[in-house]
Design a protein around this ligand. Structure first.
Ligand code: BGC
Length: 467
């Protein structure tokens, strides 16, 4: 099968460089006028995930955190463990107050599969009741819930029986989601089936940085396919049983060629297609189409996959530059040029890329939610500008006709940042991990968020007055 047929890319287009949008100028960002661009009812909020904030979760990640690489290095780079995390399991009231203080009208969060179903078929009603009370409290506060069914962590019993390397996990995920639909039904305003299928596969099965720690290209492709099958079944069930919009949170990482050499351009384009398009295209085609040259090609029609997104969730953080490197399994090396502004993890800060991303998927004609966007910033001093410039990117996209319905900042709180541990801080609110009460303190970006929320509320009020 040819590259172009399999990837759905016209062969000629592989050689055509994608536009590389210029950075916004400070004057452009300062001249923003959100009140004339953002639609009424726009969801403005923040996001978290269960394992990263709840504390006390027991799953495949807990085991990963407690073990090391063969050379003795801990799996978690700073040697920390999620442990009590932000203790959000016992401090939901505080988190809710923070959302209210922000002026947010939306919260994206996830339920923990291992808590709800600690053993196959055994449902933890107490945990379900607690989650249900959070949904009720959010609704009473006028804050809509987007609930993610699966955000990176598997119950131990699922992981031990093969995790995403086994088709049984697709069946078990389907059964779990059926119970979620029964337990919570219409309470979430939006359902999100899976967080970042490609990231699960790349981090856990290609790079070996996350559980189960594999480095295998063939398994990577198969895992994406299985996760997408799980998504398709979950989407059907959630739609049928809850009637609420269902989508996925897709990680977009823009990949730009490092040089004008045809080889870098081709490699960047093919990698970009694998990382960014495969998960989106399957909504249109109903097929899973993945090719890792020389390793594996998957081209399979999957029941219920076609049209399985009511909305597209986009997690946008950064872009990479790509240089050809045949020694690497991905045939390339990704890096951020020294001249670029970076966050604490070395990620390129590139708000124009968010505008570009929104314009790229406008053609799907689906509502788009930015389900995650944020930066690691230990002092919190640079987050205000990050937030302003990314909200400006959305404003531009709205003026250019993109159907953006919401923005969830990652994250409400500092939290457990997977293999990086607690060192990077993504929170609008700083969390004191030395304090048994996990005191939360506003960072400077909170004021920017509040001001923005005020502008949107005022514009909605004015529009309602007119209407
Ligand atoms: C993930 C989050 C993570 C964030 C920052 C996203 O890819 O969904 O769980 O904390 O990126 O790295």
């Amino acid at each position: 099968m040819s590259l172009s047929k399999l990837t759905g890319m016209a062969l000629g287009s592989i050689f055509v460089p994608r536009a590389r949008p210029k950075d916004f100028t400070a004057e452009e960002v300062a001249g923003s006028a959100p009140e004339t661009a953002f639609p009424r009812g726009f969801l403005l909020g923040a996001a978290t995930s269960s394992h990263q904030v709840e504390g006390g979760t027991e799953n495949d990640w807990t085991d990963w955190e407690n073990t090391s690489y063969p050379d003795g290095k801990p799996h978690i780079h700073d040697g920390t463990k999620s442990g009590l995390a932000c203790d959000s399991w016992n401090r939901f009231d505080q988190d809710l107050r923070l959302l209210q203080e922000l002026g947010a009208n939306a919260y994206r969060w996830s339920v923990e599969w291992a808590r709800l179903e600690p053993e196959e078929g055994r449902w933890n009603q107490e945990a379900a009741d607690r989650y249900k009370s959070w949904m009720d409290q959010l609704a009473a506060a006028g804050i809509s819930s987007m609930v993610t069914a699966y955000h990176f962590t598997l119950p131990r019993w699922v992981a031990k029986d093969g995790g995403w390397q086994s088709d049984r996990t697709i069946d078990r995920f389907e059964a779990f989601v059926r119970r979620l639909a029964g337990a919570f039904g219409k309470l979430p305003d939006l359902w999100c089936t899976v967080n970042e299928p490609t990231v699960i596969a790349i981090q856990g099965y290609l790079r070996g940085d996350w559980p189960p720690g594999l480095k295998n290209e063939v398994e990577t492709a198969r895992v994406i396919a299985r996760v997408m099958k799980g998504h398709a079944r979950a989407a059907r069930i959630l739609r049928e049983r809850t009637g609420k919009p269902v989508g996925i949170a897709h990680h977009v990482r823009l990949l730009h060629p490092a040089t004008w050499s045809p080889l870098d351009r081709v490699i960047a384009r093919v990698s970009d297609h694998f990382v960014n398009d495969a998960v989106v295209d399957c909504h249109r085609t109903g097929r899973i189409q993945i090719m890792i040259p020389g390793k594996i090609t998957i081209d399979e029609a999957v029941p219920d996959l076609k049209g399985s997104y009511d909305y597209l969730g986009i997690n946008y953080y950064t872009r990479d530059h790509v240089r050809t490197d045949f020694k690497d399994p991905s045939m390339s090396r990704q890096f951020v040029p020294a001249s670029r502004p970076k966050n604490d993890l070395g990620w390129d800060i590139y708000p124009a890329g968010l505008h570009h991303t929104l314009m790229r998927w406008k053609r799907l004609k689906l509502p788009i939610y930015i389900t995650e966007n944020g930066m690691a910033d230990n002092t919190g001093d640079r987050r205000p500008e990050f937030l302003r410039s990314h909200l400006y990117a959305i404003e531009r996209a709205l003026r250019d006709g993109a159907d953006v319905r919401g923005y969830y900042h990652w994250s409400l709180l500092d939290n457990f940042e997977w293999a990086e541990g607690f060192t990077p801080r993504f929170g609008l609110y700083r969390v004191d991990y030395d304090d048994p009460d996990r005191k939360r303190t506003a960072t400077p970006a909170v004021a920017v968020f509040q001001e923005f929320a005020r502008k949107l509320r005022a514009a909605s009020g004015a529009a309602a007055g007119k209407g």
